[in-house]
Structure formats: C-alpha cells, structure tokens
Design a binder for this molecule. Structure first.
Ligand code: DGJ
Length: 682
C-alpha cells in the first residue's frame, strides 16, 4: 500500500523515512511540518537537501526571541533545502550549545520563485523517532492551576496540545517531553522540546503504523496563513531541544542552565532577583497614597528591596471597567505623579516598580475614544470582551508606537526599576482593519511580533528595568517571554498548597529564578485556605521571592517572622536562584512534597519539605536527597552531621511530631507544615 517516489523503484517511500522538514501530499502521510499553497492551487512541495554551512556562534532572529551564545559557545549549522518546481527554499537553522546539551532550530521559508505563495503551516521543529514506546508529558491546566504534568504512553495516531487563544495559554504550555516509559527523576532517556513563542502553538506527536513517532512543534496552523511575495521570507520561531539518558531531573537541570545562561539577557543574566512587595492582593483597586506608603514603609523596614504598584494607578482606572489604555498617572490618587511616588519609595530604601497592561483597552478610556478602530474586531460582529476589556491591534505599528510613547514617557520620567507587564484575556475576533482580506491569517502572528517589538524597544531603552511578564498569572509563562522578561508571575493562585503543584510542574522546563512567587494573606484569596506563614514563605523561597499582602495587618510577632524570612532569602538567594534544582517528592503522588537546590560547588544545599495533611502515628520517614558530594560531610540545620552518601542513599530524617517526635521540640505538627533544611559542608 505504500506510494513510491521513483518509478521502477517499489521500495522508496517517504513514509518509511525520517524527515527533517516534511510536507504533505506526496508519499509521507504523517503530520507535515510545512504546507504552502502555490499560485496554481497545488499544495505539494518537496524540499530536498541543497547545501549546508557551519559557522561559529549563533545569530539572533530578527524580531523574535532566541537563545543567544558567544562565538566560542555555539555553532550554527544551516541546511539549505530547495523545492525544484516552485523555486521555494527552506533554511533550517540549528544552533548547537554544547555546554547545556541544547540544540535549537528555527526555520526560514524563502520565496525564490516569481509568484506569491501562501504559507499555511511552518512548524519550527520536526523530529522523527524510530520507536514509539515512549511517554508524552505535557504541562496543562487552567487559570490559577497552570502547568501540571500529564503523562501517557504514545497511542497510535496523533496526540498533542496547543493554544488557539493568541497566547501560549494557561491551558497548555509550549513545552513537551518524550521519554522512555520507565523514565523517572533519576534515570531514563528523556527528550525535552520547547517553542520560544508566546502566541498560539501546536505540539503534536504521531505514532505511525510502523511504530515510529514524529514530534511536530510550531506556530498554531489554525487561523494562520502568510503571503510570501517573490523575494520575501518568513521566519518561524525558534524551538529548542535537549536530551539526556539520566532522567527527568537531569533534563530539567539542563534546561534551567540553558535558560539561565543563554536566554535571560543582560543585565539580568546571573543577577539576583529582588525581594519585592506587591500591593495587588492587599488592596486590589482600593488604595490611596497613604495606604500605599503604609504598605511600602512596613516592607522597607522588614528588608524588602522593591515596591510594586499594581493595577489601578492610571487614567480613570478605579475598577476593571475603565482606564486601560491611558498610561498617565491619576492625579487625584498620585498628586506628584509617578516621579513623586518613585522618589518617596526610593527614599525608603527600596526600588520602585509599576504595573502595565499595554495590549488592552477599556471602552471607557481616552485611547478608545480617540481610536475606536484600534481594536481587534471582525467587521459587522460585536467584539467579545474579557474582564470588560478589548484587545488592541498590536499587528499595527502605529498602535504599538502610541503605547510605546506612553510607557517610555513614564519610564524615562521617573525612577522605575521594574515593570509588571500583564495581559488579562484570550484573543477573539482576531481581524485587523489594517490588513486586506487575504492577509487576515497573519493577524495572530503579527500581533505577537508587535508585542515582541514593544518589549525589545523598552528593554533596550531601559536596560536597568526588570520586566516580569504576567497573563492573569501564568497564561504566557513561556520561553519566548523569558527572553524579554526574565521573570514571570507563575499563577494568580498564591495559596501555598496549590503553589507546590504549580511550581513543581513549572520546574520541568523553567528555572526557579524565573518563577514569581509571593507570600500572601490568609485566608487565601483564591481558595480561602489558611496555611502557616512559615509554609507560605518556604514555598515562595523557590521562586523570585516576594510578599503580596499588607504587612501592617500582621501581628508584631509575624512581622518579625517576615523580617527573618527576608534575611533568610537574601542569605540563600544564590543557591536557590542559581543552584541546581532537584525534585524529590511529587505533590501529585502523596501527602508530601520535597525539592532541593544545591550550590554549584555542592557545599550548600537547601531542602524544602512540605506536608499537606497532618497525620497521627505516622511512620518514621527519611527523604533521599540528590546532587550532594558523597564524600563531603554536611551539617544539617547547624546540628547533626552526615556524609553526602548517607543523605542520598539512606536519607535525611524528616520525621516530625506527628510520629511522636518534635523536630524543633516546640510546637505540635499541623496541616500544611513545612521545613527548610539547610545543609552545609565546610
Ligand atoms: C492579573 C494578575 O495576574 C494579578 O497579579 C494582578 O496584576 C491583576 N491582573 C491586576 O489587574
């Protein structure tokens, strides 16, 4: 039943071959990576090897995020493919970053013919495996519960995830793992693949009739098309791959290292992220200057380094019904504007940060009144709203320019050291008044290019500003965003017990230093649960630590606890934010969660241990650690001493008072207990 390529040869069919950039319509019936409509209506193409080059270093991708490397850190292999009939060419760009076992791939499709072509799909990555006995792990969820690992063996046919929301989304992440069925944290072959893209994506794996499998990862083809006039090219975003035989933990550490070294850009590469205080959960829209100064003052006294003024400071924004789009401080709230407030915060000894939601507009805003045609909306249809807001058409340069002017004005006129860039809805009715009918398939991608353009302009003009991306929490926590914004608000769910799952899942791809994590008030605003203050901090330490509550409402004893927590974070920040991260116990598999960070010299380690529900008369428990030097002797919490091999092979005793022993001898154990063990070898 195979269709064969060469007449007279009954054997050679593309469905038996591994391919690097397959198209559909000839003898390969699996998922394609590229699809083009040619002037004569045909969609058949056949890209075959033409030539290749190898050059030192790794060039940037114009207008798109990409891993970067010095000339001595990477090589770039460019493979040129050509389709003899149409004149179309494809360039496959492979970056090889040996120090992190990372291979990147981007694709450029070039119209070398004489007529326009319509690109219908341009995936960034296609990887054919000569086996199908693999598990697929994707990272899925919803608003307030993002990136939970979901694992299943490959079944015959196509399986995968994607986003059609114009953002990478809360529902699925542009990162997937293929691994051997018995792979666990410590052993087994694992491939991790990510897409550096913040818009809609598709990640699919097809297990075929011969038990081979194919992974295709790229821009979401639904609603995508791109007209390529003669001489024009289209660059598909970069994908990146890593591989290890040493299990999921090693895979994650390779990815963390790659992201920290080659994706988070200067000046934030290798820099400590500040301990912040954010006013959102403390006040939402109900604040005035006095309240803000009260929150900031208390935080400064306890050691916080950055005060972030969240939503509500601009235009007519006193609720989510008005003001988005008008990036000018509300003079009634802030009589001395942003410069005045920033000065006062700096005088307290902290840096000042500000919230924006640049891509959105409320109808009740001066921007909308002046430019009602700047919305993404389909002619004749009412645009859907989300949180009472509408999406600005960022595919239009004049829209991006206007927003840029307002933001640059604020950032250049005041001492602003941080920006939280929020984005609070999925994109619907994606139609641009500025594009002709046959180019409407370009809107989603042009929108993201507009977002990246604004990020690029702001980050290069204000390099000292730390950007944190956010999309109702973790709706755009993706590698593309991290290139511009080196930290991301992990989730709108700030409950410590829920955060264990969210941060655990997020850690499969993303390093601790990129995960925004805050201590918030109890009862928790999302789940109404009370967890101990210590546990809230013990979870948030494994992120870019901060607070999101009014510290004045704590007891003086609790405030002293906060002071100690901030000091603890500052003392151990380097190990947590730049050390190697090990997942030890999964929150999805039992009552206990544990993870640890180990310093590069393996002399210091922090072990986070968390219990969900308390128990009575529990068994004697040990936790087997990872990543230590077996020959070094570690003191645990400054008391008992154990060699690394004992801690890794036999385990650290974590038994607590629920088993009849009090570790600290002071208080009875309770639900949501936790402890950070500090290990030191001198
Ligand atoms: C959604 C974000 O995730 C929150 O942290 C907060 O910034 C609100 N938006 C403000 O509207």
């Amino acid at each position: 039943m195979s269709s064969c390529v060469f007449e007279g040869n009954p054997y050679f069919s593309l469905e038996h071959c591994r391919q690097e950039y397959p198209s559909h319509g000839s003898t390969d019936f699996r998922r394609p990576a590229v699809e083009l409509r040619q002037p004569n209506g045909s969609r058949i193409t056949s890209f075959v090897y033409h030539s290749h080059t190898v050059t030192p270093g790794k060039p940037a991708l114009e207008g798109l995020p990409a891993f970067f490397a010095r000339e001595d850190e990477a090589d770039t292999l460019t493979v040129y493919l050509a389709d003899a009939v149409s004149g179309l060419r494809v360039e496959l760009l492979y970056g090889v970053l040996e120090d992190c076992d990372l291979i990147t791939r981007a694709v450029r499709v070039v119209n070398g013919g004489e007529a326009p072509f319509r690109l219908l799909q341009a995936a960034s990555l296609c990887l054919d495996f000569l086996r199908a006995d693999l598990d697929l792990i994707t990272f899925d969820g919803r608003h307030t519960m993002e990136r939970l690992p979901s694992r299943a063996p490959l079944r015959p046919g196509v399986q995968g995830v994607g986003s059609v929301r114009g953002i990478s989304s809360h529902q699925h992440n542009p990162f997937a793992v293929l691994c051997e069925g018995d792979a666990n944290e410590d052993h087994g072959l694992c491939y991790g693949a990510m897409l550096l893209y913040s818009g809609g994506f598709q990640a699919e794996v097809e297990r075929d009739q011969f038990d081979n499998s194919r992974l295709v990862l790229g821009i979401q083809p639904r609603n995508f098309s791109w007209t390529l006039d003669p001489g024009e090219s289209f660059t598909a975003p970069e994908a990146a791959l890593t591989c290890t035989a040493d299990g999921l933990g090693a895979m994650s550490r390779q990815l963390h290292r790659a992201i920290r070294r080659h994706l988070l850009r200067d000046p934030w590469a290798g820099k400590r992220h500040p301990v912040l205080i954010n006013n959102w959960e403390a006040t939402e829209f109900h604040f005035d200057l006095e309240k803000l100064e009260g929150i900031a003052g208390a935080a400064a006294q306890l050691g916080a380094e950055l005060f972030v003024l969240d939503d509500g400071w601009f235009g007519a924004r006193r609720s989510d019904r008005a003001g988005l789009g008008d990036w000018i401080a509300n003079p009634e709230l802030l009589p001395q504007g942003i410069p005045g407030l920033a000065e006062r915060i700096e005088a307290l000894g902290m840096r000042f940060g500000l919230w924006f939601e640049p891509e959105m507009v409320n109808r009740d805003s001066d921007l909308y009144r002046a430019h009602p045609d700047w919305l993404l909306q389909t002619p004749g249809r009412t645009p859907s709203h989300g949180r009472n807001q509408f999406v600005l058409d960022f595919s239009r340069p004049e829209v991006v320019d206007r927003v840029h002017a307002m933001m640059a004005d604020i950032l250049s006129g005041a001492k602003v050291s941080y920006v939280k860039w929020d984005m609070n809805r999925s994109i619907t009715e994606a139609y641009s008044a500025a594009l002709p009918p046959d180019r409407q398939g370009e809107v989603f991608h042009r929108y993201i290019l507009g977002v990246y353009d604004l990020y690029e302009r702001l980050t290069s003009a204000f390099p000292h500003v730390l950007f944190e991306s956010c999309a109702s929490g973790g709706g755009r926590f993706d590698p593309g965003m991290l290139y511009y914004a080196p930290q991301a608000w992990t989730s709108d769910d700030s409950d410590a017990a829920e955060r264990l799952k969210i941060q655990y899942g997020t850690s499969f791809c993303y390093p601790v230093v990129s995960m925004g994590a805050h201590v918030s008030a109890v009862p928790n605003h999302q789940v109404n649960r009370a967890t101990p203050l210590s546990t809230r901090a013990n979870v948030a330490y494994f992120g870019t630590f901060g607070y999101e509550l009014d510290l004045n409402r704590l007891t003086s004893e609790e405030r002293e606890q906060v002071r100690a927590q901030i000091a603890f974070m500052k003392e151990h920040r380097d190990v947590i934010q730049f050390g190697d991260f090990y997942r030890l116990l999964s929150p999805f598999q039992g009552n206990y969660t544990a993870w640890m960070a180990v310093s590069p010299d393996r002399r210091t380690a922090l072990v986070g241990w968390y219990k969900t529900l308390n128990e009575v008369n529990g068994p004697f428990r040990r936790l087997r650690l990872r990543g230590l030097d077996p020959a070094l002797c570690y003191t645990v919490d400054g008391t008992s001493a154990h060699y690394g091999d004992e801690l890794m092979e036999v385990g650290l005793v974590t038994t607590d008072s629920s088993a009849g022993e009090c570790r600290d001898g002071q208080r009875p154990s309770r639900d949501f207990d936790s402890h950070i063990f500090v290990l030191r070898a001198d």
